[in-house]
Design a protein around this ligand. Structure first.
Ligand SMILES: NC(=O)c1ccc[n+]([C@@H]2O[C@H](COP(=O)([O-])OP(=O)(O)OC[C@H]3O[C@@H](n4cnc5c(N)ncnc54)[C@H](OP(=O)(O)O)[C@@H]3O)[C@@H](O)[C@H]2O)c1
Length: 286
């Protein structure tokens, strides 16, 4: 049985590891810090720390293996040298497949339009530029080495332990629904299954949008989380006022509006989702 290398075994990686472990499929996990590797070892996983900000020798299994790569690019760089360092470490013993977690940020602001995998990307922000660089690096490397690859352009991840509680508690206002743009999300339970499907599929396509297919505004998401957790809903203000008080990260989300078309995902990797929309997933507390 092939070993699954989970490179960057953080929030998503731990969910994937737990699911694979249930079916006794072998896993090797890599993290950025010793503490996170030790925590994974304590849960029974084979785990090692590796710093991908430097050229490295990555631990590789002797048997065939596939890679789920979840390390974000270094936020201080324009390109994804972490990914390059990791790809360089694989050339002696290549994986059978390389699945890369990218971001739907690559599409930039589409003024609320639907975007599919043929929509051109736009390096309008540093975040988008780093992800486009990473996708291009992986595409070239895979073609040169003859390795099957899959890029997942993932929307906002949410689920237990990944809800914007601090954002709700600091009560910084949100944009009124009628002025808020479209945003896209995916529940961690569905994303976990999608990552495994991308690793297992006999002949996947090279690129998928990953979202639940039911776009909403960020405001609707924040208010749904507030109801779900029994927290006071946020005050609502105009878009101009919300941008005035937003952090730089929040401002990027407020300026971007797009709806992810997930037809291809449903056809190949996820015909049915556990959580097809946020309202079903985030039921109000009783
Ligand atoms: N959050 C979202 O809504 C969203 C949306 C689209 C795409 N994504 C992307 O999806 C991927 C998985 O997300 P996630 O929430 O699971 O991320 P996460 O919890 O932040 O995990 C990231 C992992 O990368 C490791 N890492 C960081 N820097 C490293 C380095 N220099 N060398 C080696 N490993 C390093 C971390 O190790 P340590 O924990 O030891 O530092 C951790 O294991 C990420 O690339 C993320 O950017 C996220």
């Amino acid at each position: 049985m092939e070993t699954t290398l989970i490179v960057g075994c953080g929030y998503l990686g731990r969910h994937v590891a737990a699911t694979l472990q249930q079916t006794e499929r072998p896993i090797l996990a890599l993290t950025g810090h010793c503490d996170s590797a030790t925590a994974l070892q304590a849960r029974g996983y084979t785990a090692y720390p590796v710093d991908l900000d430097k050229p490295c020798t990555a631990p590789l299994p002797d048997q065939p293996y596939r890679v789920l790569y979840l390390v974000p690019p270094n936020p201080t760089q324009d390109t994804d040298l972490r990914l390059q360092n990791y790809l360089d470490a694989l050339t002696q013993h290549l994986p059978t497949r390389f699945v890369y977690a990218s971001s739907s940020a690559v599409y930039g602001d589409r003024k609320g339009a639907w975007v599919n995998e043929d929509t051109p990307v736009s390096a309008h922000s540093a975040t988008a530029a780093r992800r486009i660089d990473a996708e291009n690096r992986l595409r070239s490397w895979s073609a040169e080495q003859g390795v099957s690859h899959v890029v997942l352009r993932i929307a906002g991840i949410y689920g237990p332990g990944r809800l914007p509680l601090a954002r709700l508690r600091n009560a910084r206002p949100a944009v009124r629904e009628e002025e808020a743009g479209w945003s896209n999300r995916i529940h961690i339970d569905d994303l976990t299954r999608i990552c495994i499907a991308a690793l297992d599929h006999p002949s996947p396509r090279a690129l998928y949008n990953v979202a639940d297919g039911t776009p909403t505004s960020s405001t609707a998401f924040l208010q749904a989380v507030a109801r779900h957790c029994g927290i006071c809903p946020l005050p609502l203000v105009s878009r101009v006022e919300a941008l005035r008080v937003a952090t730089p990260g929040q401002a990027r989300f407020l300026r971007e509006s797009r709806r992810l078309d997930t037809t291809r995902l449903r056809q190949d990797l996820a015909p049915q989702l556990i959580h097809p929309n946020i309202n079903e997933a985030l039921q109000p507390v009783s």
